[in-house]
Ligand binder design. Structure first.
Ligand code: SAH
Ligand code: TMP
Ligand code: ZN
Length: 412
C-alpha cells in the first residue's frame, strides 16, 4: 500500500534527512461516501525529507500509484478557467519555439481530461496523451483525443517510439512530481526523444512552497518537490540536460523546465544559471533552511486554529471553500472538522454528497453555499484565490469574507 524509504529515492544514498512531519494522513483525494464513514480509513505518515547529497526534497513514505490514479480519480483539470488560459499560452510557446518537424509525434504525460492535449492537436495531429486514471482519460477521449490509459515508464516509451517514431516533444504539467520512479522517467525520456527533441515539465516549485509557507502542496500525490538544482542533477545522470527554466504563477508558484538530450543543438539559456544562483542564495543546500521551514509551518497551523476558534467563539458561521487535495492536508494537520466548518463547497459534481477524507466534513455544491451565505469561507484552494474571489463577488457584497492560512491565517 505504501513504502517507507530511509534511502533517497533518486540517488539511493543514506543522506536523506526528515525535516517536516504532517502526521497521520488519509489519501488526499479519497473523498468518502456516507457508507464509508463508519469503515476504517487508510492512512499513512506524511513526512518530508531532504537529501543533502542530490538535493531532492521527497516524501519519506510513498503511497502506491495505483491507489491514487485509478478509474475514480477526483481531479478534472478543466474545472479551472485560469488553468485553461495558462495551457493556451503554453501551447502557443510550444508551437512557436519548440516544435520543429511535423512528421514527429508529440507526447503529453498526465494528460488528464485533455485540457492541454486538445490545444496541442492544433499544432500536430499526432499528439498522444498518456493518462493512467481511466475516468479522466475517458473524458479526454470524449473530446476526440488519442489517449493511452497507462502509466508512463520506460517500457511504454519503447512501444511509443517503435510505433510512432522518436518524439519531438514530451510535455507534462503537474505530473513529473507524482511519479516515484523518476530515474525510470528520465530513462524513458532518453529512449523516446528524438536527438533534437525537447521535454517540458511544469511542477510546483520548492522555493515558492517555502517562500509562501504552502505546506499544503505536500501530499501523497506529490512525491517530489523540485528545485532546479535537484532536477539538473537527476537529468544529467541520464544523458539529459536543462536548457531553460521559467518561473510561472500557477498553483501558487511553479517552475517550467525545458530540457533535451546532452548532444542536442539547443544552447543553455541564462535563466538556468541565474535560478541556480537564487536557490543557493536562499540556502536550498542547507539543512537549517528546512528545519526553519518546518518551524514556520507549525506557527501557521497555530495561527489558523486560533483564528477559526475565535471567530466561532464570536458566533460566526464558518464553511470551507473548495474540496481540494490541499484542503485534506490542512484540515487533518490542523485538526479542523465538522465542529468548526459546517460544510465544504466545491464545483466538482462528482465530489458533491461526499465527505472530506479523515475529517468527515460534508461536501456540498456551490449552489448550496449561495443559498445561505455563511459569515466566513475558509479557502482550501488558496491557489485559485483570484478566480474564486471574482466568481463569489455576491458573497462578498453580502458581507461575507474569505479566510486564508497562507502564509499565516488571516481574513481577506
Ligand atoms: N496535467 C494535468 C493533470 C495533473 S494531475 C494538469 O496539470 O492539470 C496528474 C495527472 O497525472 C493525473 O491525471 C494522473 O492520473 C496522471 N499520472 C500519474 N502518474 C502518471 C504516470 N506515471 N504517467 C502518466 N500520467 C500519470
Ligand atoms: P486543487 O487545489 O487540487 O487544484 O483543487 C481545486 C479544487 O477547487 C477542486 O476540487 C475544484 C475546486 N474549485 C471550486 O470549487 N471553484 C473554483 O472556482 C475553482 C477554480 C476550483
Ligand atoms: Zn539523493
Amino acid at each position: 500500500m505504501s513504502t517507507l524509504s530511509i534511502r533517497c529515492r533518486i540517488c539511493d544514498g543514506m543522506s536523506l534527512h526528515p525535516f517536516l512531519d504532517l502526521g497521520k494522513m488519509p489519501i488526499a483525494n479519497s473523498f468518502l461516501t456516507h457508507a464509508q464513514l463508519s469503515e476504517p480509513e487508510y492512512t499513512f505518515r506524511l513526512r518530508c525529507g531532504f537529501c543533502v547529497s542530490c538535493r531532492m526534497v521527497q516524501l519519506m513514505e510513498v503511497v502506491e500509484p495505483d491507489m491514487l490514479f485509478h478509474g475514480n480519480y477526483a481531479y478534472f483539470s478543466s474545472i479551472s478557467q485560469v488553468m485553461d488560459e495558462h495551457f493556451s499560452e503554453l501551447s502557443t510557446i510550444i508551437g512557436e519555439e519548440i516544435l520543429y518537424d511535423a512528421s514527429l509525434p508529440i507526447v503529453e504525460i498526465g494528460a488528464n481530461d485533455g485540457i492541454l492535449l486538445q490545444k496541442l492537436v492544433s499544432h500536430n495531429a499526432n499528439a498522444i496523451g498518456i493518462e493512467p486514471s481511466a475516468n479522466v482519460a475517458a473524458a479526454a477521449r470524449d473530446k476526440g483525443l488519442n489517449v493511452i490509459s497507462e502509466f508512463f515508464n520506460v517500457e511504454l516509451a519503447g512501444t511509443l517510439r517503435a510505433e510512432h517514431g522518436p518524439a519531438q516533444l514530451v510535455v507534462g504539467a503537474n505530473v513529473l512530481c507524482h511519479i516515484p520512479d523518476l530515474n525510470g522517467v528520465a530513462r524513458a525520456l532518453e529512449a523516446l526523444l528524438d536527438e533534437e527533441g525537447v521535454f517540458v515539465f511544469e511542477d510546483p516549485y520548492w522555493l515558492e512552497i517555502m517562500a509562501q509557507l504552502a505546506y499544503d502542496q505536500i501530499y501523497d500525490e506529490h512525491v517530489y518537490y523540485f528545485s532546479v538544482s535537484s532536477l539538473k542533477r537527476l537529468f544529467e545522470k541520464h544523458g539529459l540536460r536543462i536548457f531553460r527554466v521559467d518561473p510561472i504563477a500557477v498553483h501558487g508558484g511553479s517552475m517550467r523546465v525545458y530540457g533535451c538530450k546532452v548532444a542536442c543543438s539547443r544552447r543553455e539559456e541564462p535563466s538556468v544559471r541565474s535560478q541556480l544562483t537564487l536557490e543557493n542564495e536562499h540556502g536550498l543546500d542547507s539543512l537549517d533552511t528546512y528545519s526553519a521551514f518546518a518551524a514556520r509551518v507549525e506557527q501557521s497551523r497555530d495561527s489558523l486554529r486560533d483564528l477559526l476558534g475565535s471567530l466561532q467563539g464570536e458566533g460566526a458561521r464558518l464553511v470551507g471553500y473548495a474540496a481540494s487535495s490541499k484542503g485534506t492536508v490542512i484540515l487533518n494537520y490542523c485538526g479542523i472538522g465538522p465542529d468548526l466548518l459546517e460544510f465544504v463547497c466545491d464545483n466538482t459534481p462528482s465530489k458533491e454528497g461526499l465527505f472530506t477524507p479523515g475529517t468527515h466534513i460534508p461536501v456540498v455544491s456551490i449552489d448550496r453555499f449561495a443559498a445561505d451565505y455563511p459569515d466566513y469561507a475558509f479557502l482550501l484552494a488558496w491557489n485559485h484565490l483570484n478566480e474564486i474571489s471574482i466568481k463569489e463577488h455576491v458573497f462578498r457584497e453580502h458581507g461575507g469574507r474569505f479566510i486564508t492560512h497562507i502564509p499565516m491565517a488571516r481574513i481577506i
